[in-house]
Ligand binder design. Structure first.
Ligand code: SF4
Length: 216
């Protein structure tokens, strides 16, 4: 494969990157502990600005003791705060979780809605969280842009932007349709374990020969 020396990847190399990532991570799944659509939504809301590892430390106990929406609603905000206080922004997150649980119960029969508008109207749910939910729970080809996706999109030459919405638009344009469903989680996992923020493991990277960052 020809080395790339430009900022944007061409179509052939983009497809090759997607192919190699899919082969390298054959069953890409969120690492957030959950056992229902509801607990997944709660875990994703908790994961903003926090690592999945930190969220899982809290939720593995929380979801055992309070597995359903009714169980969580038995807790008031202060009690929930106390249980999740080891994660960042826990006060706001506890408030959002209690509020969104009430809305789900009252408006959606306790179910997580499957459309963007309804999701984004929930407290604590922005575009990125809605994209994760639509992609993971409802298998829509939405592309969630978190810090890993942002960094890798730049390093791999999919986007030049630092703005998550622009990066999402760029990925929508350049990623072949058959890879759209998994591209976000593939980039998250590849960014978490190989193409890390501070010390990317370029020496053993499967994308070394076609990576913009490595070949610039
Ligand atoms: Fe990341 Fe380095 Fe691999 Fe490029 S070669 S994708 S910078 S780990």
């Amino acid at each position: 494969m020809q080395k790339t020396d430009h900022m944007f990847q061409n179509k052939e190399i983009t497809e090759e990157i997607c192919k190699r990532l899919s082969k390298n991570i054959p069953n890409p799944k969120s690492e957030l502990i959950h056992d229902s659509d509801y607990t997944f939504l709660v875990a994703v809301v908790m994961s903003a600005q926090t690592t999945d590892v930190q969220v899982n430390k809290v939720t593995q106990t929380l979801f055992k003791e309070y597995p359903t929406i009714d169980d969580i609603l038995r807790l008031d905000q202060e009690k929930l705060q106390e249980k999740i206080k080891s994660i960042g922004f826990y006060k706001n997150k506890a408030k959002h979780i209690i509020e969104l649980s009430k809305i789900l119960k009252e408006k959606y029969n306790g179910k997580v809605p499957s459309n963007r508008e309804a999701l984004e109207s929930l407290p604590g749910v922005g575009r990125k969280t809605a994209n994760v939910i639509l992609n993971t729970l409802f298998e829509q080809d939405t592309i969630a842009v978190d810090t890993h996706v942002l960094r890798l999109s730049k390093r791999l030459g999919f986007s030049k932007s630092d703005d998550p919405l622009k990066v999402e638009e760029d990925l929508e344009k350049v990623i072949p349709n058959k890879y759209k469903n998994n591209i976000s989680i593939l980039l998250v996992l590849f960014g978490r374990y190989t193409c890390k923020a501070r010390r990317p493991q370029c020496e053993k990277c499967i994308l070394q020969d076609i990576c913009c960052e490595y070949n610039k």
